[in-house]
Design a binder for this molecule. Structure first.
Ligand code: BJW
Length: 268
């Protein structure tokens, strides 16, 4: 097992698409989906980049970095509190549901999601079949990395501001999401890496592929022999390492995949 640093992910060399011709999915096929904000866009959760993107109107350094958040936790909670309020109204869409349904039908589906909205779990995917590598907006932790306070679940909207101080060390509490410049959980990364390396079919769904180390999984999957299939509205910087890019809303693409598999088989 390797412990990933950012450099490992960036330097992983994938010479590009290797497969063409038919690929038959069976119940033995190990399928892994790397998901980004695009899969949740059809639920009404805003993406980060592009038109209408969340990051267009905020200074990321001031909110989504450890120093930025700590400089003004009240401002940080205003931003994340508003997002919790909006996200609480959103429901899983046909894309999330198709991945969950494939698992229910006995396909070997595993999801590595960058999303913090919890929608893949709510769609019915098993807990142990989804890794939230950028954390969850529905979990809270202490901002002091030396503090022993355990991460806890909280879905209250609005959140009671009086609970947002650590009972152990007095530091501000924060959403258990991964800010820029923060390491991703090494245990989750190791699990995602193991699965990616052994996967047969790797979906890259609704991600701009610009944020590392997450984007590196697509490169690793291809380098380890998986058929890599991107589903997005447009081409991305990862398209050149994918065997094919299916353009269109991921909800539609994944439902088509589900229905064709349910009716018999789906071949690329
Ligand atoms: C549809 C659709 C539809 C729309 N159907 N598709 C190498 C080079 C340079 C910098 C770095 C590097 N490696 C690491 C870094 C630094 C940094 C990074 O990657 N920066 C880049 C932006 C340049 N990475 C980090 O800091 C990471 N940590 C790290 O590397 O630690 C080591 C370190 C330590 C100390 C110092 C420095 C490094 C951590 C990254 C954490 C990312 N966190 C966020 C915020 C989470 C909390 C929050 O929400 O507030 O995670 S950023 C944001 O981007 C969020 C997302 O998960 C992530 C990815 O975005 P995603 O999902 O791809 O969304 P979009 O909006 O970008 O794209 C949506 C896509 O959907 C588009 O393609 C649309 O076309 C498509 N779409 N509708 C299908 N219906």
């Amino acid at each position: 097992m390797s412990v990933w640093g950012t450099d490992d992910m960036m330097n992983f060399h994938n010479t590009g698409p290797k497969h063409d011709g038919p690929f038959k999915i069976t119940k033995k096929t190990k399928i892994t989906a790397l998901c980004g904000a695009g899969i949740s866009a059809e639920s009404g959760v805003p993406t980060y980049r592009g038109s209408g993107g969340l990051w267009n109107n905020i200074r990321i350094q001031e909110i989504a970095t450890p120093h930025g958040f700590l400089a003004d936790p009240e401002r940080g909670w205003e931003f994340y509190g508003e997002r919790r309020k909006n996200m609480a109204k959103c429901q899983p869409n046909p894309g999330h549901i198709a991945l969950a349904e494939l698992e229910k039908q006995g396909y070997d589906v595993f999801t590595i999601t960058q999303n913090i909205d919890g929608l893949q779990h709510r769609a019915g995917s098993s807990k142990h079949k989804v890794i939230e590598i950028h954390g969850s907006l529905w979990r809270i932790k202490c901002s002091n990395i030396s503090c022993d306070m355990e991460v806890f679940d909280n879905t209250d909207v609005p959140i009671d501001p009086s609970i947002l101080e650590c009972k152990i060390c007095g530091s501000p509490l924060r959403p258990a999401v991964v800010f820029f410049q923060e390491m991703l959980d090494p245990r989750l990364m190791a699990e995602a890496e193991r699965r990616t390396k052994e996967t047969d079919l790797f979906f890259v769904i609704g991600t701009s592929g610009t944020v590392y180390p997450a984007a590196g999984f697509a490169q690793i999957a291809g380098a380890f022999g998986a058929r890599v299939v991107e589903m997005n509205l447009e081409e991305t910087p990862l398209s050149h390492v994918c065997d094919e890019t299916i353009l269109g809303p991921s909800g539609e693409t994944l439902q088509k995949l589900l229905h064709e598999l349910t009716d018999g088989e789906f071949k690329f």
